[in-house]
Design a protein around this ligand. Structure first.
Ligand code: S3P
Length: 176
């Protein structure tokens, strides 16, 4: 039996969770789950559409059940969590318990370069930099309390971040 723990990547939108997660899963031979993509597939609508028609609370419900389902997998996997997955205390507790959690921490400058306002970012409005600063401030403590480790990703390529994670992540699960 493969006893490696699940790896969960958390952090702000634009911190590279999906790309890093994909690289990491590929090179470790693990299944990769992008939580937003899994929600979109299950519900047949894009995340912005879900926000628009059902509202954020309903999206958070979907996110919570998708996360719970994927973390029950017996096979270890890499999951890239939506930036707001840490908002609910239940998700934070579940992540800590069922996965090894790594926070991809980025400066506002890096996030701003990567994230543009537009349809695909329902939480960003006309002033995306101000929105990013406000969201980041509100969530930094939640990312910190959920993560087992932090990687500062400024100036790093996705494959470099994945290599760092490979070096520091535990080989055996204590939690599962
Ligand atoms: C969100 C981040 C998005 C997506 C949704 C809400 C957030 O995911 O889940 O738009 O609250 O930060 P990414 O972090 O993958 O962009």
């Amino acid at each position: 039996m493969d006893t490696r723990p699940h790896v969960a990547l958390i952090g702000m939108m634009g911190s590279g969770k999906s790309t890093v997660g994909f690289w990491l899963a590929q090179s470790e031979g693990l299944r990769f789950v992008d939580l937003d993509a899994a929600i979109e597939e299950r519900h047949g609508r894009s995340v912005p559409e879900i926000f628009q028609t059902d509202g954020e609370t309903r999206f958070r419900d979907m996110e919570q059940s998708e996360l719970a389902e994927c973390l029950t997998s017996e096979q270890p996997l890499v999951v890239s969590c939506g930036g707001g997955s840490v908002l609910r205390a239940g998700n934070r507790a579940l992540l800590r318990k069922r996965a090894w959690v790594c926070w991809l921490r980025a400066s506002i400058e890096t996030l701003t370069q990567r994230v543009r306002s537009g349809d695909s970012r329902p939480l960003l409005g006309e002033d995306p930099v101000a929105d990013l600063i406000q969201i980041c401030d509100a969530r930094a403590g939640l990312y910190a309390e959920t993560a087992h480790r932090v990687i500062d990703i400024d100036g790093l390529e996705a494959n470099q971040v994945a290599e760092r994670i490979k070096r520091i992540r535990p080989r055996q699960s204590a939690a599962r």
